[in-house]
Ligand binder design. Sequence first.
Ligand code: ZN
Length: 232
Amino acid sequence: MFVIIQKKSLVIILICVFCISIFFALPLKYTSAHKFDYKVVLDAGHGGRDGGVVGYNNTIEKEINLRYALALKSLLESNNINVVMTRSEDDGLYDINSKNKKLSDMKVRQELIENTQPDLVVSIHMNSFPLKSVSGANCFYGKDNESGKQIADYIQKLFAKNMNSRNSLSKEGDYYILNCTQYPSVLIECGFLSNPTEEAMLNSDEYQNIVIYNIYCGIVAFLGTTKNATNI
Ligand SMILES: [Zn+2]
């Protein structure tokens, strides 16, 4: 009898030890495998002498674009996704001696994307329209860029669901950054600076965090479908 009880106790102890070791081993195993190979190019639109659009209450697009891009960079990097920024400061990327500074600027961005060979390119912008009542965030993809459309759709749907954006469909857009390479690329117009209410929201930390978080979720959903996803 004593031997039987001892055997039972031993089995129970062994099961407990096994369960406890699994409990502690899992997070360790997860941590050691938690190194992603994803590379995202983050493009803060405009810069330097190209300020982009000016808001109803004088928000400068190039400045708010950079703020959003840097916040998104932090969020991605804190989740082990590699980020390459086209610009991290106010300066544009053009050759100061170039006659066409806009084209010169865009060619540097193109070169950086080609050298990086990213899984995804995300370009951050703010919109403007003569009618100040127009509002909402819009995602654009390049012509014939299927994967660009996929990521644009992911983010646009999240905007529609979580930010009361009326637009649930992304749009094809004829932008240099979307057409200059074959990499999956999305251009996000986060909202209208020409709408004073939306301009104020876009300038608030709270709304910025909501926009950035939705973009981040769309990026993660998209990256999970790419070839690098098998490396996790
Ligand atoms: Zn812009």
